[in-house]
Unconditional design. Structure first.
Length: 79
């Protein structure tokens, strides 16, 4: 038998409402984050990934975001 847990119901309902609000927001009003992998720490390995062009991919994503109306500033001409 399932027993409803009010705190989880509230959390799920809040999450659903937030997703619905986000969908209606203009892209320029949304905030996003791009996280870079760095391991091991302090070894200068920022943005490394086997056989992937991490910075080229981020550059492409930033250009696409700007095309789609997100507020993206200071994109370099090339990488």
């Amino acid at each position: 038998r399932a027993i409803p847990m009010q705190d989880r119901i509230n959390a799920l309902a809040t999450r659903a409402l937030n997703w619905a609000r986000l969908r209606k927001k203009q892209n320029a009003e949304k905030k996003i984050c791009i996280c870079l992998f760095q391991f091991p720490p302090d070894k200068g390995n920022v943005g490394t990934a086997a056989y992937l062009d991490v910075f080229g991919s981020i550059f492409s994503v930033l250009k696409k975001l700007k095309e789609e109306g997100y507020s993206v500033e200071d994109i370099p001409e090339s990488i």
